[in-house]
Design a protein around this ligand. Structure first.
Ligand SMILES: Cc1ncc(COP(=O)(O)O)c(C=O)c1O
Length: 410
């Protein structure tokens, strides 16, 4: 199979490095992928396909880290956004879209009474911690070890430039380990403000884990007894697992739920919903941002949520994801590999058993990228509603060759 020329991408990356810190920062850096095998810059996309600056086409299983749940440039979402764009986006006051989206979210999300909007997921996870602290008068936030809840100082994974005091009142426990969680509460009597969970555990550079039977039931009962606020960080899973919030699927009733990514199919907006009891605390905490009120992403969000509902997105994503899963597992077996395929089918992660340094995964995913299939060697993948049977068939054709390359050692 012919592989891609990426020379324009890497030339542009070298140019960027001269004037942008690290050229491209965060997980979108080519250093976070298989350096040399992935493109560095895209030009455009349509549905489940994206094109890079060298003109190469990819079937995209990262969907902008989960935002493009319907696929890129969805006509209904873009039409709603464009209609608002013609009227204006950023005003001194919110627009009439504000209440429309607020009502949409409160009607949509199960068990939640109010909503506020931000721009990035990190805005609303941080706001959630302040609301919980204000509501309880306590300091400690308990997160899940290895989980990503955003880039703000209290939770960012990098330590550079962050005084340790910013994390003084944050601790963590292992997903599904109720005993560890309870022991934190016991060691800090009356001081745990909140626990922040993700619906299932989806860490980078590790297998995903689904909640164990009874985990959420017991955790919820314990938190109610101890007065601990339950925050669900549904930023990555939201609208993929269940239209009304992933907590519905897993049978837990959180106090606060954080959304972002897929809620506007790629337009920049995040949201936090909450129970009525926490509204006074939400009102007391200072929360704002110049772009939090922009109307175009709000129009896009209303349209995206309506399409997600009509298309019954979570069910369809699961079906497509099952197709991918069955195909890749059969191929792995054919090539004699034991692989670990974890997480829900709509956002799976595959890696080679025993490949502790991820070298096999980097080779497999890098070779796939060079042949037009955009997976990720360290991070879970995303299926979108625009993926077709043909996309999956082509993915498996490429994967067959990539498994063979890994078997031969590169
Ligand atoms: C579970 C989770 N929480 C929070 C965030 C932070 O969102 P953002 O990058 O929009 O600030 C992310 C982003 O990947 C995420 O996956």
């Amino acid at each position: 199979m012919k592989t891609y020329d990426l020379s324009a991408s890497y030339r542009m990356f070298e140019e960027a490095k001269k004037i942008v810190p690290n050229g491209i920062y965060g997980p979108r850096s080519p250093y976070f992928l298989t350096y040399g095998s992935y493109p560095c810059f895209f030009t455009h996309g349509k549905g489940s396909h994206v094109w890079d600056v060298d003109g190469n086409e990819y079937i995209d299983y990262m969907c902008s880290f989960g935002t493009n749940i319907l696929g890129m440039n969805h006509p209904e979402v873009d039409a709603a956004a464009l209609e608002q764009q013609r009227r204006g986006d950023s005003f001194t006051l919110p627009t009439d879209r504000w209440n429309i989206l607020a009502e949409t979210m409160v009607d949509q999300i199960d068990g939640q009474d109010w909503v506020a909007f931000g721009k990035n997921g990190s805005d609303v996870t941080t706001y959630a911690t302040s609301i919980a602290r204000q509501h309880t008068g306590r300091k400690l936030i308990v997160t899940v070890r290895g989980a990503y809840n955003g880039s703000h100082f209290w939770c960012s994974h990098g330590g550079a430039g962050v005084p340790p005091e910013y994390r003084a009142h944050v601790t963590d426990f292992a997903f599904n380990d109720l005993d560890e969680f309870k022991s934190i509460a016991k060691k800090n009597p009356g001081d745990v403000a909140a626990v922040m969970l993700t619906p299932h555990h989806h860490p980078a550079m590790a297998d995903q884990a689904l909640p164990a039977e009874g985990f959420y039931r017991e955790l919820e009962a314990f938190c109610r007894k101890e007065g601990i606020v339950i925050i669900m960080d549904d930023i990555r899973c939201g609208f993929r697992m269940h239209e009304r919030g992933s907590h519905v699927l897993y049978g837990i009733d959180p106090d606060l739920v954080c959304f972002g990514k897929a809620m506007a199919n790629g337009y920049p907006i995040a949201a936090i919903t909450g129970k009525a009891a926490l509204k006074p605390a939400a009102e007391a905490v200072f929360f704002t941002g110049t772009h939090f009120f922009a109307a175009v992403p709000m129009a896009a969000a209303v349209a995206a949520i309506s399409v997600i509902n009509r298309e019954k997105a979570p069910g369809r994503l699961t079906e497509l994801g099952e197709m991918l899963r069955t195909g890749l597992l059969a191929q792995a077996e054919k090539h004699g590999f034991d692989v670990r395929y974890t997480g829900p089918p709509a956002m799976p992660f595959m890696r080679f058993d025993g490949d502790d340094d991820y070298s096999k995964n980097r080779l497999f995913c890098g070779e796939a990228a060079k042949r037009g299939i955009f997976l990720h060697p360290h991070h879970n993948w995303f299926v979108c509603l625009s993926h077709t049977r043909d996309d999956i068939a082509r993915t498996l054709e490429v994967a067959d060759e990539c498994f063979d390359i890994v078997r031969k050692g590169g």
